[in-house]
Design a protein around this ligand. Structure first.
Ligand code: 3NM
Ligand code: MG
Length: 515
């Protein structure tokens, strides 16, 4: 019988160890998960004797066969043959694919673990039906996993398969996938060339107190986009359209007065709140992750600023990120000094793995650290030396935005903003912004506030925020005697521009130096 069309969307990998299964009955858990909607099962048991394994496989097969859900056996071709199940999953240290295929025949489903691009390409060329790509996130379930590839690593492997004409091979990802990240992982690993066919989970179902409910919940998640997903069909921007749209966005901000939740550093709290007020938002400066859920429900946005972070603060950041992601509230990430110390690099990594950011904003060094460019070291947490030319900056920004499916803003004398497709550079601003504390941080505040009311086109929202901020700086600098007087004049200028927008006067936007 030829292989029926397999649904890879929600793949359960079993685990019989007490740490995960607890005192539940394996067959009952799988039965519940099948009832909840899982589409594929792998019996993964590294310790049972062969006779027991075959008995377990046969018991599971009765359950899965009744629901037309294929059952695969991890590693053990002999057990798969003896229990007459639909196929096997083989790891890199198991029997090689070709031998397994010879033993099992053309109709068996055979999947292969791929931790690297090379492993994925090899297995796909050999003829594997599907690849288990991982390890996505660190997981306690599997000891000595080889490398944590993250969503970016999975996306890279998928693109590489497509590029080598191997896009037909099915793919699931594995490692640390659960109800909190499933939608984001499917969304962020997708690209124009190849998407995942599903997710594979162990603990998210096997360790759940109600495996049927857990499976049902996951099933709903994998078949719908995340709350923060936006349409990819935003219009092309010209200087004319930017000048026209920007003041209308700022007017909308001032009329809506959205909640602007700032989790920011202790150096700029006061200034950031003043800037948020001046542009017409309602700031709340709260670093308490435990109240982020309540705040996210109020429909505003969040900026997470890593300026004076600690492991304790990071926990709060991660809780808040999760809360805003869950309701689709915009989140801006300001990875202050991302490459400056090992702790900051670690923090950046943890936050990037912990959720989805609508916008990542930073200077060249920070953005390159986020992008994972090697060898970037910053001196302090200030701007540092720009090293790249404009075209290279645009490429870094565009590639990163495309990779993470969001908007990236790289600040500098010329700012670069991209959503992965469109890219805009802004040459506004004033040197005095570099002479005061917190200009970068309050730009993050401004971007987040604007995104609260401009979600559909986050690139245009970010651009409007940058123009408001930098043109206000130009206006303030005209009268400032130096950095000291610049600060209050800057707050006044932000307020003045917002009032003009409210009154329908958007002429100030004609100062925009955009390309
Ligand atoms: N294989 P959980 S990670 C079985 O990276 C397995 O190849 C992995 O468990 C790989 O869903 C893993 O509980 C365990 O994180 C996944
Ligand atoms: Mg194995």
């Amino acid at each position: 019988m030829p292989q029926p069309k397999v649904d890879y969307s929600l793949y359960l990998v079993t685990d019989s160890t007490p740490a995960i299964l607890g005192n539940k009955d394996l067959v009952k858990v799988v039965e519940a998960a099948v009832a909840g909607g899982i589409t594929l099962v792998q019996l993964r048991d590294k310790t049972s004797d062969t006779g027991d394994l075959i008995r377990i496989a046969k018991a599971l097969h009765e359950v899965t066969r009744a629901a037309n859900v294929p059952l695969l056996i991890n590693d053990r071709i002999d057990v798969a043959l003896a229990s007459d199940v639909e196929g096997v999953h083989i790891g890199q240290d198991d029997m090689d694919y070709k031998t397994a295929r010879k033993l099992l025949g053309p109709d068996a489903i055979i999947g292969v673990t791929a931790n690297t691009e090379a492993e994925a390409l090899q297995a796909a060329r050999d003829g594997a039906d599907y690849l288990g790509v991982g390890t996505v996130f660190s997981t306690a379930t599997k000891a000595n996993t080889k490398s944590i590839v993250g969503t970016a690593g999975v996306q890279h492997i998928l693109s590489s398969l497509a590029l080598q004409d191997l896009g037909h091979v099915k793919t699931v990802c594995i490692g640390g996938i659960n109800a909190k990240n499933a939608q984001r992982v499917l969304y962020q690993t997708a690209s124009s060339t190849k998407n995942l066919d599903g997710i594979a989970v162990v603990s998210a179902i096997m360790a759940a107190s109600d495996p049927s409910a857990a499976a049902k919940h996951l099933k709903g998640l994998v078949s719908s986009p995340p709350p923060f997903a936006t349409s990819p069909s935003n219009p092309a921007l010209t200087r004319e359209s930017i000048i026209k749209i920007t003041p209308t966005i700022i007017a909308r901000l001032a009329q809506t007065k959205p909640l602007a939740h700032n989790m920011t550093n202790l150096v700029v709290q006061h200034f950031a709140a003043s800037v948020a007020l001046a542009i017409g938002a309602s700031p709340i400066m709260s670093n308490n992750g435990l109240e982020a859920g309540d705040l996210a429900a109020l429909g505003g946005s969040l900026v997470i600023n890593m300026g004076t972070t600690t492991p304790e603060i990071r926990k709060n950041h991660l809780l808040a990120l999760e809360a805003y992601n869950a309701v689709g509230g915009p989140v801006v990430f300001d990875p202050v000094g991302a490459g400056a110390t090992a702790a900051r690099r670690e923090g950046t990594k943890a936050l990037m793995a912990g959720g989805w950011f609508s916008v990542v904003k930073g200077n060249e060094g920070e953005i390159r650290t986020v992008a994972g460019v090697e060898g970037v070291r910053q001196r302090g947490v200030d701007s540092g030396d720009a090293q790249l030319g404009l075209q290279e900056r645009i490429k870094v920004v565009r590639d990163l935005a495309r990779r993470d499916r969001n908007v990236v803003l790289m600040t500098g004398e010329v700012d670069v903003i991209s959503d992965g497709t469109r890219a805009v550079s802004v040459a506004n601003g004033h040197a005095l912004l570099g002479e005061i504390t917190g200009s970068g941080c309050t730009l993050g505040t401004t971007v987040a506030a604007v995104l609260a009311i401009e979600r559909e086109d986050a690139l245009m929202g970010t651009l409007a925020a940058v123009l408001l901020f930098e043109i206000a700086a130009e206006i303030a600098a005209e009268k400032a005697g130096g950095p000291g007087t610049f600060v209050p004049l800057f707050v006044d200028a932000l307020y003045g521009l917002r009032e003009r927008c409210k009154a329908g006067d958007g002429t100030w936007a004609e100062r925009a130096k955009v390309k």
